[in-house]
Design a protein around this ligand. Sequence first.
Ligand code: ARG
Length: 458
Amino acid sequence: MSHIRGRFQKDAAEAVVKYTTSLPFDRRLYRQDTQGSIAHARMLAKQGIISTDDAKVLEEGLKAVTKELDEGRFIFKPELEDIHMAIESRLLELAGPVAGKLHTARSRNDQVALDMRLYTRDAVTETMKGIRDLQLALVEQAEKNTAVLMPGYTHMQLAQPVLLAHHLLAYFEMLQRDYERFGDCFKRADVMPLGSGALAGAAYKLDREFVAKELGFSGISQNSLDAVSDRDFVIEYMAAASICMMHISRLAEELVIWSSSEFGFVEMDDSYATASSIMPQKKNPDVAELGRGKTGRVFGHLAGMLATMKGLPLSYNRDLQEDKEGLFDTVDTLAASLEVFAGMVGTLEFKAQNMRRSLDKGFILATDVADYLVKKGMSFREAHGVTGRLVNYAIGKGKTLESLSAEEYREFSTLFGEDVRGITAETSIASKNVPGGTAPGEVSKQIIRCKKILGQVG
Ligand code: ARG
């Protein structure tokens, strides 16, 4: 019978042990757990709550346990319900009865809150590095492809010509917001909850600020009831991860479309594509598809955690144990997706000629023709109508706008001169020279700005 079952006369049923244990997954928190315990032991000694010698024995013991775990030598006993009990029980074996003093002025409720905060802070830091890697791959591709023109789309219909670099940098912007969101999430995780006890605080003269400092936290929690039951930081990580995965999924979707033979805009590197087991000619974008697919489970973890929290009265409830698997899977899925997409984006080969060719379809310069008339004095609404009739005429003749003669143009408006035939995808793109527009000069400025953000230029 486990040593905390003092008032019980029976062991827990076998199915109950299996049902309630978190050991199979919360072992992942072992470093955070021993790190937090060491800080706690030092503080107890500093405050004279335990002796300095006892604190030393505890610290040595906790380090020995950590080493066993690091080296895979630690034996997990299934009857110990979580990583906190497993470590404490091993500490008892290694350090002797003094191990019983470690849990002074502490509950597993504030302990697990601390572990989760330490874990989330580390996860955020790693995630932000992963975002930077994908941003860098995008900027490098943008820089390589500053002269590549492609159709821009709305409603998946050919809309106006843009630079490929401009299109790629749109994803840089999304990821930049993700980066900032995670930075913000860090702030909320960066609060030290130890000292909250089971729910009410602790009946000892603790130095909570000392523990916070030892563990590199910016501050301490201000309400013990909230601190043991708050998992906002987990939800915030999941929310930021969901938005980031949504961005990755959008990119994935474009790459799936672009690599189809109908589009032929991009070729995936062999190392980031898969083969079909039946159709020898195929090169499949499975990697991109999996990024898109895995997005669903990350959204699911967020929805699951919100649902877990919504009915919880103060303060700690065991439901909170359900925060872990979803968070761990979210962290892993996002990290893997960022890494794989950075590699995939870095090795994409864009097909500039195919992109250029699709600019000849779909009357993609129609807006530029309307703009031409506006510059000659016509109102935009009228110009829109004239150009619409022109497009209709061209469709009827089986022609493109570029292949119409100046005379044909003039039948629709006398404002048209010979120079209307000088409108090209290049002039269209060059004309979009507002900040944030697709003109080459503006895109070059953006590349420099992005590289500055990444610390690539001074
Ligand atoms: N395994 C538990 C969790 O993850 C640790 C806290 C247990 N506390 C308790 N009062 N049963 O939430």
